[in-house]
Ligand binder design. Structure first.
Ligand SMILES: Nc1nc2c(ncn2[C@@H]2O[C@H](COP(=O)(O)OP(=O)(O)OP(=O)(O)O)[C@@H](O)[C@H]2O)c(=O)[nH]1
Ligand SMILES: [Mg+2]
Length: 246
């Protein structure tokens, strides 16, 4: 398998022209080309400026209502930090890259952090169809807006990997949505589910790693290899970590 180094600061010909943490406006994004379909192959120039090697790359989108913690989750995953203090709502769309090593394969995730506010909805829809993975999030303090799962079915590719997350699991006193309600909803839509906390870091790494594993498995699996069971994998990992008790 060939490995090439990601070019520094250069935009991919297959990707939208936003730069990481660019904070660009909806107007600018609407003018930018929406992503085309397909994998981000390492043989092409990458938008990553980390200079890391990778074998295969995927686009993953974080979607959900404003304030559920999409940006905080991405920052936690990428930088290991929590954005406490005043809430700065995302404008339009933004992305960060992270390379994970899965079974000795370097998997680059290009993670798109979307704006939850209604006024940006049409901008983010343009990005759905190019995503390999979608992570709809809700917050355990309010009931989930099923509209996100419905939108994914409507706008994303049919074989997109979807994983439902219930965030702010650390806010135990204010919790409104019980774990089994999240599980029931996920079952109804046939997607895996887990609870997370961007604040404490609970299950953040696991959520992204699980999606990356599924995507890598789909791309590189041998013909006789069994299907990767995403929900089984996260349940097992949570049991091992002892972190799935309410
Ligand atoms: N307690 C707790 N607070 C969190 C958690 N994740 C995010 N927050 C807080 O929730 C608020 C919103 O977080 P963001 O990550 O900016 O929300 P968002 O989903 O990106 O919102 P938009 O950009 O408007 O779509 C911030 O004040 C965060 O500090 C979490 O896991 N636990
Ligand atoms: Mg945000």
């Amino acid at each position: 398998m060939s490995r090439k180094k990601a070019a520094r600061g250069k935009g991919s010909s297959k990707s939208p022209k936003a730069s990481p943490s660019s904070g660009r406006t909806a107007k600018g994004l609407a003018a930018a080309a929406a992503p085309s379909s397909g994998l981000v192959y390492p043989s092409r120039q990458s938008i990553s400026n980390s200079g890391e090697f990778y074998d295969v790359a995927f686009k993953v989108m974080l979607v959900g209502d404003s304030g559920v913690g999409k940006t905080c989750m991405l920052v936690r995953f990428k930088d290991g930090a929590f954005l406490a203090g005043s809430f700065i709502s995302t404008v339009g769309i933004d992305f960060r890259n992270k390379v994970l090593t899965i079974d000795a394969v370097k998997v680059k995730l290009q993670i798109w952090d979307t704006a939850g506010q209604e006024r940006f909805r049409s901008v983010t829809h343009a990005y759905y169809r190019d995503a390999h993975g979608m992570i709809p999030k809700y917050v355990l303090l309010f009931f989930f807006q099923q509209v996100w799962l419905t939108e994914i079915h409507e706008y994303a590719q049919q074989d997109v990997v979807v994983m439902l997350l219930g965030n702010k699991a650390d806010s135990t006193h204010d919790r409104v949505v019980k774990r089994d309600e999240g599980e029931r909803l996920a079952k109804e839509f046939g997607v895996p589910f887990m609870e997370t906390s961007a604040k404490s870091g609970l299950n953040v790494e696991l959520a992204f790693t699980a999606v990356a594993r599924e995507l890598k498995h789909r791309t590189m699996k041998e013909p006789d290899e069994p299907k990767f069971q995403l929900q089984e994998y996260v349940d097992k990992e949570m049991r091992i970590a002892g972190c799935c008790q309410s």
